[in-house]
Ligand binder design. Structure first.
Ligand code: KIV
Length: 262
């Protein structure tokens, strides 16, 4: 059984953590059997499963449904579920919604985008709700950001992300995802924090990697592949083989290479 303690231990030992998204029992089971330690039920399901243009239309009911599907498929992986758009607009709503992901969905941790809600994170951790932060590119803010672009490129933005990471840890977050930031910034954040830092488009010098399952299987319907994505199915020839190759590449720090980093 993978727990937050196992993940902390992996960081302390310098062993990379392999994280992959899944949205159903069958893929979650294959991922777990292939050595994936953490399954993220991401609201990316809005795009890859539902065919939406962004993660914004994903609702709490969708997240609870898919989280329950995933947790039925696994026996030892650590499962994190995304808090979708507007599910934490008030503290009370956030606490009740996070409880749904844990009680109805069976998640062990919930993930929240941004660092604007430090008091809420303190309240969640006080209620024994483990929280994963998410900094850098925040897909739920896509209509404010105006596009899926690398974040933290200039000194000021990089400093803000660095300080937000510290603040999230201080508020009680036990894991952090950093998305689409320069590799050097992600490296500094990972070195500075005690909690494991999981990167996506954030270079190799973090404590683990996460990819969207459909992306690493080359199932990219619009052909707009981000730089950091690698199609592991192309070489491996089977889904199980592709996920095993991903896990091995993460553990060996062979993925992401420079060509996948910013
Ligand atoms: O929703 C998701 O899949 C995510 C990952 C991109 C980290 O948040």
């Amino acid at each position: 059984m993978i727990t937050i303690n196992s993940l902390n231990k992996l960081k302390q030992q310098g062993e990379k953590i392999a994280v992959l998204t899944s949205y159903d029992a069958s893929f979650a089971k294959i991922a777990e059997n292939a050595g994936v330690e953490v399954i993220l039920v991401g609201d990316s399901l809005g795009m890859v499963v539902q065919g939406q243009g962004s993660t914004v239309p994903v609702t709490m009911d969708h997240m609870v449904y898919h989280t329950a599907c995933v947790t039925r498929g696994v026996s030892k992986a650590f499962v994190i579920a995304d808090m979708p758009f507007m599910s934490h607009a008030s503290d009370e709503q956030a606490l009740l919604n996070a409880a749904r992901l844990m009680q109805e969905g069976g998640a062990q941790m919930v993930k929240l985008e941004g660092a604007a809600e430090l008091d809420l994170i303190k309240k969640m951790t006080a209620q024994s709700i483990p929280v994963c932060g998410h900094l850098g590119l925040l897909p739920q803010s896509i209509h404010q950001l105006g596009g899926y672009h690398v974040q933290g490129k200039d000194k000021q933005d990089a400093r803000k992300i660095f300080l937000d990471a510290e603040a999230l840890e201080e508020a009680g977050a036990q894991l952090l995802v950093v998305e689409c930031v320069p590799a050097e910034l992600a490296k500094e954040i990972s070195k500075n924090l005690k909690i494991p830092v999981i990167g996506i488009g954030a270079g190799v010098d973090v404590d683990g990697q996460v990819l969207v399952l459909y992306d690493m299987l080359g199932m990219n319907s619009d052909g707009l592949q981000p730089r950091f994505v690698k199609d592991f199915l192309a070489e491996a020839g089977s889904i199980d083989g592709a996920i095993r190759a991903y896990v091995q590449s993460v553990k060996d720090a062979a993925y992401p290479g420079r060509e996948h980093s910013y």
